[in-house]
Design a protein around this ligand. Structure first.
Ligand SMILES: [Mg+2]
Length: 191
């Protein structure tokens, strides 16, 4: 299958690092991110967070560790004959640091698509992606409503109830099982 994979929160363990850096920069003591819109937890204007991210993109995007099991999970998917296409909401300006990070961490990457502020669903459709791995509930919902099943990696900021078409996965092991389950339901192609 052709699998779309989000980067932040799915492959890059961005949020623990961002939490630490935002606490330091804004002099806060937030212990857990409960909303993907992080300015809500930090109780600061959205623009302040955006400005901070724009000014510190290099550091904020290059320092995070890899999500546990992500590298091995992607290697497994490729070994099983799946295609992996990264689809991130990062902007094209963040391409270099993103590709450098993937290379540095030894994570296989052929196609990395940068949605920026446009819709991930559009890229999902354009590239014929058959299943998507995501951590942001709003994107997950949008993609699932577009008819593409989504596996949502569990996080502190995505605890709302899920509509049909989205399966919550606790970790990458469950993601791999979810992919197998979705594939087994597909009608085999008759050659
Ligand atoms: Mg994400």
């Amino acid at each position: 299958m052709r699998i779309g994979v989000d980067i932040d929160g799915v492959v890059s363990d961005s949020y623990p690092f961002w939490l630490q850096e935002l606490n330091r920069h804004f002099g806060k003591n937030v212990s857990v991110i409960t909303d993907y819109q992080m300015h809500l937890d930090f109780d600061i204007p959205k623009e302040d967070i955006n400005d901070y991210f724009v000014g510190n993109a290099e550091r904020l995007l290059s320092m995070p560790e890899v999500v546990s099991g992500a590298k091995e999970g992607i290697e497994t998917l490729l070994r099983e004959g799946h295609e992996v296409i990264y689809v991130t909401a990062r902007t094209p300006a963040e391409k270099d640091v993103t590709v450098r990070w993937l290379t540095m961490k030894g994570i296989p990457h052929e196609h990395v698509l940068f949605a920026g502020f446009s819709s991930k669903l559009e890229l999902v459709k354009q590239w014929g992606i058959e299943v998507f791995l995501e951590d942001y509930q709003v994107n997950a919902k949008l993609i699932a409503e577009g008819g593409v099943p989504v596996l949502l990696l569990d996080a502190s900021y995505n605890q709302e109830e899920l509509p049909t078409g989205i399966i919550r996965c606790k970790n990458w092991d469950e993601i791999l099982k979810g992919i197998q389950a979705i594939q087994s339901k597909k009608v085999p192609k008759i050659v």
